[in-house]
Design a protein around this ligand. Structure first.
Ligand code: LUZ
Ligand code: MOS
Length: 797
């Protein structure tokens, strides 16, 4: 099996929002984006723009019939700016015209005067000014203060990880169709149809039952459409209802990059304490999350950082604090890993640095502290079915770590200006939305009288292959040709009150619901089968015809036909379905699945928030050109805890894609804003993502067998997010190569390590000289220095 859309994609026939046939009379909308990062709107005059050729209307906050509010977690985000603007790119007005070009050209005719207010872009500065999204939170385990005294080595430092642009292939967009009785149907590129429905209803001042949201598929999302597809859908719906016409609103790439939020950049302070053996006794970390101008999903993302503060390790004494800082950037949002990668980035950096200080291999310190069965996570849950050490050991064995080490060592000994680095990266990622209520899914299954099946769920297909998995689930319960099973588009009419397809849970939650609905229909069909067989028409069951209570338990379906006592009968799936219809038995079922047992108490910050954890270990090798600062990823080789895959090809695609995306985040992808808060890296000539050449030369993912996971569909584990974090290992391998060249440097823990940055970190003296305009010092070989621009030197408290 492969992605159900593969053939359509290959032929370019797949329809994304922008490819849908437009109903007659469709109008086009474009948003006027704030040019200012923070200011008071002194004047907003739309009259000139409204007279522009082709323009039918210019809408502002005053035109919103309901609430001008789109916030999901906090009500702090207007749909259209009202009185103030808080980031460059914030929608201020909406121009509706006969063509998209006319709408865009009229944007310049809107007269907008903004009185600038002071803008803040750095999370620490925002924190110091008291600009917080939510109050700080801390997760505590043991007693860090007491533990420092027991440590042989204590290191303090800071860590910085950058933003990341989602760069989904399909930009944000919606087509809104006004209906009768004040209803509207919105075809949106969203991970969260219910989220769009709720906000559209709120903005229009109507009930959710007046709003239908439909999603066929997305051209990628990665979290970028979990919350941030909503404003564009709501703007299209607003215009559709105001003008009574179909409205299409699709962002161009630069608009999308400029106006939407990204992965949160984090600045973190850490302190780690170890025994000389490498055992970690205590870890204290404070995450300063750059949330941008509105809450969006930031509090949940920060919460996941706290959950994953200790990565794959058991740390007996921990204090992790999360600070969500409000700045004047576009609201940052969900991105694969959802705050987990930012947290693991810090502890991995801290461990590698501590290992250097102790004269140990990083891998030795990692292994010593890896989670064991029964270890307590900082949030009080015990590691159950822990596979951290199984994956680690299998990675070492399968990928011959010792041989790798020897080769790298030999290479580095014989190459003066090229260096290789190796690093291992263990991953432990909790599966479930950390917000417990979201862990529910629904399915609606119809079997038609010809035996074909339609399955609807709340899952949104975004290229991750969730539909092929749901089809596989239905095909296991109904053992029939998968071609008879169609997985329908996702709409709020078929399955209501859905959670976003996110948190790697799409296949679990919706697959489980599908399984339940199919089983309900199957049970009815088996009843019918037993009765049909008892008629003796199908070459089986005759003996029992007259026996009341004949053994119905032996009736099953296999390979599209009824099997009785292990023997195939003449009763086919199709005939069985027709017989059920003739007996007036329902061939439809709706089911709801809620992850059992999970809970979390926010007052104590303790609970069992995750259904299970996904584990894995990846080995990365990097070759660095020490003169140019450029590098190649020689390979990433992972052992990944997955269990029995529902679709190995799809899962492998997810793992490989996640790895490359994780590498991109920490190496070449650099989001830069100007001093005025304007995005500088707003197209693909200035924002580089990994391509074929940047991808690892060798990329292997081995799925670890064994283990049982009853909380995943048919025992499989979730795949979406965990592999992303293997990229942290590649980043560490690159740092190891840098250390191999300049062992005396205490490199600051900063990402992304673009080649420019690598070069400047390798030659800090040169950089200082250049900055001071001084001639380069004679003598060639750079001297050691704790002098790199960093605060990562050890401090005493
Ligand atoms: N979205 C969300 C997520 O709302 N809650 C989560 O815990 C989560 N985790 C990962 C990705 N998206
Ligand atoms: Mo997500 S980061 O939308 O699972």
């Amino acid at each position: 099996m492969k992605n159900l859309d593969a053939a359509l994609h290959l032929r370019g026939e797949t329809r994304f929002v922008d490819d849908l046939p437009e109903p007659e009379g469709t109008l086009y909308a474009a948003a006027l984006a704030s040019p200012s990062a923070h200011g008071r709107i002194a004047r907003l005059d739309t009259r000139e723009a409204a007279r522009w050729p082709g323009v039918l209307a210019v809408l502002t906050a005053a035109d919103i019939p309901g609430e001008n509010q789109i916030g999901t977690i906090l009500p702090d985000e207007p749909l259209l700016a009202d009185g103030e603007v808080h980031y460059v790119g914030q929608p201020v007005a909406l121009v509706v015209a006969a063509s998209a070009a006319a709408a865009r050209s009229a944007l310049g005719a809107v007269e907008l005067e903004i009185e600038a207010l002071p803008a803040v872009f750095e999370p620490r500065e925002a924190y110091e000014r008291g600009l917080l999204i939510v109050p700080p939170r801390s997760f505590v385990l043991g007693d860090v203060e007491a533990a420092w005294k027991e440590c042989d080595c204590i290191l303090e430092g800071t860590a910085e990880s950058g933003a990341q642009e989602h760069l989904y292939l399909e930009t944000q967009g919606s087509l809104a169709l006004p209906g009768e009785h004040g209803t509207v149907k919105v075809i949106a590129a969203t991970q969260s149809p219910t989220g769009v429905q709720r906000v559209v209803a709120r903005v229009l001042g109507v009930g959710m039952h007046a709003v239908q949201v439909e999603v066929q598929r997305l051209g990628g999302a990665f979290g970028g459409k979990e919350d941030q597809a909503t404003p564009w859908a709501a703007l299209a719906a607003l215009a559709a209802v105001r003008l009574g016409k179909p409205i299409k609103l699709v962002l161009r790439r630069q608009e999308d990059m400029r106006c939407t939020g990204k992965r949160h950049p984090y600045v973190s302070d850490y302190r780690i304490g170890l025994k000389s053996s490498g055992e970690i006794l205590a870890y204290e970390v404070t995450f300063y999350q750059n949330a941008g101008a509105a809450a969006d999903l930031s509090p949940s993302i920060l919460e996941r950082s706290l959950f994953h503060a200790t990565g794959s390790y058991y740390v007996p004494n921990l204090k992790a604090t999360g600070i969500s800082a409000r700045t004047n950037l576009p609201p940052n949002t969900a991105f694969r890993g959802f705050g987990g990668p930012q947290a693991m980035f810090v502890i991995e950096g801290a461990i590698a640095r501590a290992a250097r200080a102790l004269g140990l291999e990083a891998a030795a310190v990692q292994e010593k502290n890896l989670l064991r069965e029964g270890d307590t996570f900082p949030y009080g849950m015990a590691a159950a079915g822990c596979r951290a050490r199984d994956c680690w050991a299998e990675a070492l064995r399968r990928y011959e770590l010792e041989a790798h080490h020897r080769r790298v060592h030999e290479f580095n000994r014989t190459h003066a200006l090229e260096k290789k680095g190796l690093a291992l990266m263990p991953v432990c990622f909790g599966i479930s939305f950390t917000n417990t209520v979201l862990n529910q899914g629904g399915a609606l299954v119809h079997v038609y009288t010809d035996g074909s099946v339609a399955v609807s769920t709340g899952a949104v297909e975004m290229g991750q292959g969730v539909k092929v998995k749901i089809q596989a689930v239905a095909a296991r319960v109904f053992p029939i040709d998968p071609a008879l099973i169609r997985v329908e588009s996702t709409t709020t009419l078929t399955v209501a009150n859905t959670s976003p397809t996110a948190a790697s849970t799409g296949a679990d939650l919706n697959g489980k619901a599908t399984e339940l609905a199919c089983r309900e229909i199957l049970a009815r069909l088996l009843e019918v089968a037993a009765e049909e067989l008892a008629t003796g028409k199908y070459g089986a069951g005759e003996a029992d015809r007259d026996e009341p209570g004949a053994d119905r338990g032996s009736v099953e379906i296999a390979a599209g036909r009824v099997v009785w006592n292990g023997e195939p009968t003449d009763l086919s799936w199709r005939s069985l379905v027709a017989a059920a219809y003739a007996r007036r038995v329902s061939l439809s079922a709706q089911a709801h699945y809620a992850t059992p047992k999970i809970w979390f108490d926010k007052t104590r910050e303790k609970g069992e928030p995750f259904a299970y954890h996904v584990y894995g270990t990846a080995l990365s090798e990097v070759t660095l050109d020490c003169l140019r600062g450029t590098y190649d990823v020689d390979g990433v080789w992972a052992v990944h805890d997955l269990g029995p895959s529902l679709d190995p090809l799809v899962d492998r695609g997810q793992a490989e894609g996640g790895i490359v995306q994780g590498i991109g985040w920490l190496t070449m992808e650099e989001v830069l804003y100007g001093e005025d808060g304007r995005l500088m890296t707003r197209d693909l000539s200035t924002y580089k993502i990994p391509d074929m050449h940047a991808a690892p030369r060798s990329l292997e993912v081995h799925f670890l067998e064994g283990g049982s996971n009853p909380l995943g569909v048919f025992n499989a584990k979730a795949i979406g997010e965990p592999p992303f974090m293997y990229g942290i290992g590649t980043f560490q391998a690159l740092r190891a190569a840098m250390h191999a060249y300049r062992p005396e440097l205490d490199l600051p823990l900063v990402a992304p390590l673009t080649p420019e940055r690598v070069l400047s970190l390798l030659y800090p003296e040169r950089l200082r000289e250049l900055e001071l305009g001084q001639p380069a010092r004679a003598g060639g070989v750079p001297k050691a220095g704790g002098g790199s621009a960093t605060k990562t030197t050890a401090k005493k408290r």
